[in-house]
Design a protein around this ligand. Structure first.
Ligand SMILES: *[C@@H]1O[C@H](CO)[C@@H](O)[C@H](O)[C@H]1NC(C)=O
Length: 353
């Protein structure tokens, strides 16, 4: 106490201040990811689905040029966010047999390309439904407790940042597909509300399992994905405005849900990481960000290929993915993912730094 005895500030106030500073600087010890191909780091490699990307030219700009199963030429947002929190530069996929709980203890990805909030969406391409991602998360909790002990594991699970990034497939691969059962059951507004109910339940499930810091991603301007532009081509060459409107509407509702969840679960801190605006800005003013092409993807013709159709035998694949906003017809390049990740780190996720 001699340090403080000449101070005009009472020592207990100083102690309180120090504790507060320690609390503020308490780092996120792990990043735990749920969702679809926007954040999948290789889980689909282990599934019997046709929706995969563990072959060239996927991953060609990854550190060792390895196609990991990320739907990108390089890293995806979860990787950049993990790095920004000072944890590690890549987040391993839970189903990848080359990793173990030792690797997963500081971050793990349960995402599966092609999935959605709706069970019917994951059925389309035979990928992991969201409930299955949660089952694996429960298994992970057990393994973590065995590995670092109950108390330390509970702390990690409580202080970890949980990232949810999904929803696009529910609309584009399910509701808006020809002869969709969901489109005969729900109007588009009803379907949005149905998905929001599922999102709400998922957050509550995570909360009840110990999660406290959560980021829910909104929908991107999905009418501007090259594949949707091509499907829309008979109307013009621009974005599908209807799809963009649906995304904006959904994001507004999601914002409301997040406000309510924070009220209902005061012990939790839930943010809506809305990347619609930044991505639309990049698409509308690509040169401002150093891009030359925002309309088609780099891989193959860039108009419709993704997964197995984006392969090393296409003579059309671009030479420099850094000039392209999109890597294939459905997914951003590594550079776009980095810009978007920097943006959420500066905005919504800054809360958790
Ligand atoms: C999705 O499927 C799982 C497993 O069959 C089930 O427990 C869950 O209730 C389903 N969700 C909805 C909304 O139907």
């Amino acid at each position: 106490m001699t340090l403080f005895c000449h101070s005009t500030i009472p020592w207990f106030l100083l102690m309180q201040l120090i504790l507060q500073v320690l609390q503020i600087t308490a780092k996120v010890p792990a990043i735990i990811i749920f969702g679809d191909s926007s954040v999948d780091t290789g889980n689909n490699n282990q599934l019997s689905t046709v929706l995969k990307s563990n072959f060239k030219p996927y991953g060609r700009d990854f550190n060792d040029g390895k196609p990991t199963g990320r739907f990108s030429n390089g890293r995806v947002p979860g990787d950049f966010i993990s790095e920004a929190f000072g944890i590690k530069p890549t987040v391993p996929a839970y189903l990848d047999p080359s990793y173990s709980i030792k690797d997963f203890a500081t971050g793990v990805c349960f995402a599966s390309a092609g999935t959605g909030y709706d069970n019917a969406t994951s059925n389309v391409l035979d990928v992991m439904p969201l409930w299955k991602e949660l089952e694996y998360y429960k298994e992970y909790q057990k393994k973590l407790r065995d590995y670092i002990g109950e108390e330390k594991a509970d702390e990690t699970l409580r202080e970890a940042l949980y990232i949810m990034s999904l929803g696009t497939n529910d609309f584009l691969e399910n509701y808006y597909q020809f002869n969709s059962k969901r489109a005969s059951e729900f109007t588009i507004k009803q379907y949005q509300d149905f998905l929001l109910g599922l999102a709400e339940n998922f957050v509550k499930d995570l909360f009840n399992l110990g999660a406290r810091k959560l980021s829910i991603g909104g929908l991107p301007p999905m009418g501007c994905l090259p594949l949707e532009r091509m499907r829309n081509a008979f109307v013009g060459t621009g974005c599908n405005q209807e799809y963009n409107n649906v995304a904006t509407e959904f994001n507004t509702k999601l914002e409301g849900l997040v406000v309510n969840l924070n009220k209902e679960l005061p012990a939790a801190q839930i943010v809506h990481s809305n990347t619609y605006g930044i991505l639309l800005n990049i698409i509308q003013m690509p040169s401002k960000y150093g891009f030359e092409n925002a309309a088609v993807g780099c891989c193959a013709t860039g108009m419709f290929e993704m997964g197995y159709m984006c392969n090393e035998f296409s003579p059309f694949t671009c030479a420099d993915a850094r000039k392209y906003v999109f890597w294939d017809s459905f997914h951003p390049t590594e550079k776009t993912s980095q810009i978007i990740s920097d943006y959420v780190m500066r905005t919504t996720l800054a809360t958790f730094m």
